[in-house]
Structure formats: C-alpha cells, structure tokens
Design a protein around this ligand. Sequence first.
Ligand code: SAM
Length: 424
Amino acid sequence: MQQICRLQSTERAPWPSAAPPWASSEAKSKSRDTHPSRCLDVSTFGLLNVCRAYCHKTARRRPLTTSSTTTTPFPTTRYQGSKRKLTGAILAQLENLEFTTALDAFAGTGAVAHSLKNIRKHVTYNDALAFNHQIGLALIENDTVTISDADIMSATSRHPGIDYDNFIEQTFDDIYFTSEENTWLDVTTQNIRRVECKYKRAMLFYALFQSTMIKRPYNLFHRKNLYMRTANVERSFGNKATWDRPFPDHFTKFALEANAAIINTNGTCNATCRDALAIEETFDLVYIDPPYVSGSTSGRKVGAKVGVSVGVDYHHFYHFLEGMTRYADWPTLVDQTSKHRRLKSQSNPWCNGSKNTEMFSHLFERFEKSILVISYRSDGTPSIDELRARLARVKQNVTVIEGKRYQYALSTNRKSHEVLLIGR
Ligand SMILES: C[S@@+](CC[C@H](N)C(=O)[O-])C[C@H]1O[C@@H](n2cnc3c(N)ncnc32)[C@H](O)[C@@H]1O
C-alpha cells in the first residue's frame, strides 16, 4: 500500500535527542558524550512536524548503538548549500531506519557523509568536482593521516631546485588576490601536488581550499572583485580583517581543523568522483542533495533562458578551487575570454529547472532498491508535490518532513525552508 504523508504545521514531534537546544551547556555536553548526532544542531527538524502515518511492519532495530563511539566534530565551512548545521537534524530522522552502507551522492563539504561515518555507517562520499573529491579523500576515506607542522612548512615554502610555474600570478592578476598572494598560491599548490601520500595531499588541499575561500568576498569566485577588499572605503559589510590575514595563518588554522575531523573506521568509508548517475554500486541508503534550483525565474543567475530557473552552478562558483586541483591542465581548461577567468562552462542538467525533474526520476530508478533520503527546499524546482509523486513511483512509503524556516547565508528568499523526503 502506498502511503504518502504531508505534515500539518501545527503538529509537534517529540524531541528526538537527550538535550534540546535550550538545555544547559552541561546537559548538552553530557549528551554529546553518549550520542554522536546529538552534539550537532538538531533544531531544524527537531521542532518539526513529523509524519507518523506510516507504520513499521516489523520491529526495526535501531541503527548501530553509538555509546561506545565518540563524536568527532566537522570543521567550519563556507560552502554554498552545506548541510553542516543540519546534520544532527537529518541523522535524527534516520534513527529508525536500518542500514549499514550509505552513499552521499552529492557530498560537497562531506558534512552528511562525515556525520554518518561518525555513527559508524559504511559511507561512500561522491561528488562530480575534482576539488570536492580531495575533500572526500581527506575527511571521509582517510582514517589516520594528519598534517604535522613540518608538512605545513614544507607545503607552503619555496624549495630550492624546483622550477615553479606561475600560472596563477600571470592569469589572475588583480582578479581575486594580490600579486604576492597569487605567487604563494602557485608555490603551495605545486608543492601539495608533489606530496606522495594521497591522504596527506588531500588534507593539505583541504586546508588550501578553505584558506582560499575565506579570503574571498562572498567566499566565491564568481566575479573579478579584488577591489572590494583593497579599495580605501568605509565598509558596512564583509570582513576585511579576514580577507587581509595572510594565507599561511589561515592555512595552519584549517590544517588543525582537518586534523581534528579525522575518524578511524578501519577502511569502511571511501570517496569517489563521478556523475551521481554513473555510480554502479548498491547501497542500503542513498542521500541526495543536488544543486538547489529555486522556483523563481527572475534571472538571479546569468545566462538563464526566460522562464527557466537556474540552480547553483558549483563548477562556476568554485572554478578556482577546481583549477588548483587540476593545476597542470588549468591552462587548457580556463576560459581566457571571461573577465574573471572562469573555467570553460559545462552544462549540468541538475542546475537547470527544465531538466532536473527528469534527473531526479532517473536517480530514483537507479537506486530504487535503496532507502532514498532527499534534502530539499520548500520553494525548489520541481515542486515538493512533483518530487514526492516521482519518489512514490519507486517507493511504497514516502515521508515528507518539513523543517522550520532555515536561511542560507546568501539567500534573499525569506519564505524558503528545509524539507527532507524519505522513500522506503
Ligand atoms: C547542494 S551541494 C551538496 C552539499 C552537501 N550536502 C554538503 O553538506 O556540503 C551539491 C553538490 O553536488 C555536486 N554535483 C553537481 N552535479 C553533480 C553530479 N552530476 N554528480 C555528482 N555531484 C554533483 C556539486 O559539486 C555540489 O558539491
């Protein structure tokens, strides 16, 4: 029997964890010791209206008990659409589902994959972008490798005998960073690429990406706007002190954060870099968080056809990080005609409001045997009703869970809130 539920906004779910957000910090830290998901922000779905209309035909075992494991914190991040602040809320919704293997198909920062690794699920991190793959290798596949002071020194210093290329300095003059910073980026990127151990290399790349993002207005690479940082003007926004802090300082801080995020699960997790639809393996659960395509067609993104919503284009927003990862190929990948020297554009159907609905259907069919969990927004394209109907074609039980209002840092849409769809 097919059961589809839509939540009533007046219903309240029982608090799913030991310590609600208003509990004392002592109570919170107590619960933190005993349950990994509970040290994270569970409020978004915690105050949710949870659909209880479906019933469990058989008594389900709780996911692996977590009392013997300690929670490892996920580092701070400035990545668009990161679910870092929602992982506790998402995990709380998965508590009664029985699964061991999980795919985070559009993993980005890896926040969700990391929270699943924390509760000892066997996680595969996947993302189509090469720089994100490095993040997956560093924080998800890597079990033991950390960065030492000597590694930092070696990665960030110019070594005698190496003939360094200066592609960044030449190509990105006056676009994102100062000339001196561009030189530092050229040297550090090339040093990191020479590191033999793939996990150490990935950890160093992680620190490099975070340092590069934090020094950018809006944390993006979508415009030539170094002037925002260097102009001698009164500022009502932005963080000039952070933008001006030297790269090595940021790099060291993020290296330490990455070190603190490593969990040893003895080889049970891995990272892949594929189109989500090209993944061949099977999983008990697949978590799906593709680029957000808003319902509005007001043309917030450049290049949209009239009437077509366009989603967050990660390849465009983060092209500089992708370029550093693929440094040797960068000269052939860069679009020299664009003012901000982006990579030659690649069309992605997941970012196109007239194509992504079909992509969801293909993905649901591809993983029809898995529990499907989809992070979504109330104002997304396709609509939640459409998505729910498509999910119901492959899944008997579909649950729609609406979170309280949640604002992305850069979002101007005040009516949008988080939604989680679960198909079983
Ligand atoms: C909304 S973000 C995911 C955020 C992630 N859940 C987090 O917490 O950081 C969407 C991600 O999908 C990736 N992506 C876009 N198209 C993809 C595709 N066809 N296959 C796999 N990943 C893709 C992007 O690189 C981006 O990192």
